[in-house]
Design a protein around this ligand. Structure first.
Ligand code: DX5
Ligand code: ZN
Length: 218
C-alpha cells in the first residue's frame, strides 16, 4: 500500500482549516507543501509563515518540497516552522551533501528531488545520506500537469540503485500528475509514497480517493 501526500497547493485556501481536517479524516499520510520562489521555478507559492500555520492545524507530518534556489539559506526557517520532511532540489544546491546534513542535524528527514531531465545516476553519491528521494514526474512549477511516462523508468532505476546499495530504508516519493488511474504503475515501478494535488483536491470525495489509491496499490 502506497503512502499518500496530498499537495495543499490544490486545496481551497479560503477554507484551509477545513481542507486540512477533511484531508486527515480521509486517511492521508502526509501533507505535501510546495514552496516556490519564482526563480528556480516560474511560480511563487507558499513561505514558512504558511507552513507554521498549517502545522498548528495539522496532526499529520508535513512533507515540505522546496523548489527554491540555494535552499540552504532557508532550511532552518522551514524546520522551525514545522517541516518533518524537508526536500531540496539537486539542481538548486551546489553543496547538496552539506545541506542534507544540515537538515538532518536540525531534526528533520532530508529529501533530495530530481527534475524530469536530471538522470537518476546524478544521485549516486547522495542516496546514502538522504532519507527520501523525490522523483519529479512533471516539470516543477504548477499543479495539474500530465504525468511524464518516462518517469516510470526513472523510478525503477532508482529502486534498483537503492537495492544494489542496500539502502532499502530510503523512501521513493513521486510528484506530479499522479492520479487514481496511474498510481498502480507508479507503485509497481517502486515508489513508496505519492504526492497528489489536483487529483485529490478536485475529487468529489477525498475518502473515496484515498481508498481507491490504496486498493490499486495493495
Ligand atoms: C509541482 C508540485 C507538485 C504539485 C502536484 O511543481 O511540486 O507537488 O502540487 O500537483 P498535481 O498532483 O496536480 O500534479
Ligand atoms: Zn511538490
Amino acid at each position: 500500500m502506497i503512502l499518500t501526500a496530498p499537495s495543499i497547493l490544490s486545496a481551497n485556501f479560503l477554507e484551509l482549516g477545513r481542507e486540512i481536517k477533511d484531508t486527515e479524516e480521509a486517511g492521508a499520510d502526509y501533507f505535501h507543501i510546495d514552496v516556490m520562489d519564482g526563480s528556480f521555478v516560474p511560480n511563487i507559492t507558499i513561505g514558512y509563515f504558511i507552513v507554521e500555520q498549517v502545522k498548528k492545524a495539522a496532526t499529520l507530518p508535513l512533507d515540505v518540497h522546496l523548489m527554491i534556489e540555494r535552499p540552504d539559506r532557508y532550511v532552518k526557517n522551514f524546520i522551525d516552522a514545522g517541516a518533518d520532511i524537508l526536500t531540496i532540489h539537486y539542481e538548486a544546491d551546489r553543496h547538496l551533501n552539506s545541506t542534507v546534513n544540515l537538515i538532518k542535524s536540525l531534526g528533520a528527514k532530508a529529501g533530495v528531488s530530481i527534475n524530469p531531465s536530471t538522470p537518476v545516476s546524478a544521485l549516486e553519491d547522495i542516496v546514502c545520506d538522504a532519507d527520501l528521494i523525490l522523483v519529479m514526474s512533471v516539470n516543477p512549477g504548477f499543479g495539474g500537469q500530465r504525468f511524464i511516462p518516462h518517469s516510470l523508468e526513472k523510478i525503477a532505476a532508482l529502486k534498483a540503485m537503492l537495492t544494489q546499495k542496500g539502502l532499502t530504508s530510503v523512501k521513493i516519493e513521486v510528484d506530479g500528475g499522479v492520479t487514481v488511474d496511474n498510481v498502480a504503475h507508479v507503485a509497481n515501478a517502486g515508489a513508496g509514497m505519492v504526492v497528489m494535488g489536483s487529483a485529490f483536491y478536485n475529487s468529489k470525495n477525498y475518502k473515496e480517493t484515498i481508498k481507491a489509491v490504496r486498493e490499486k496499490t495493495i
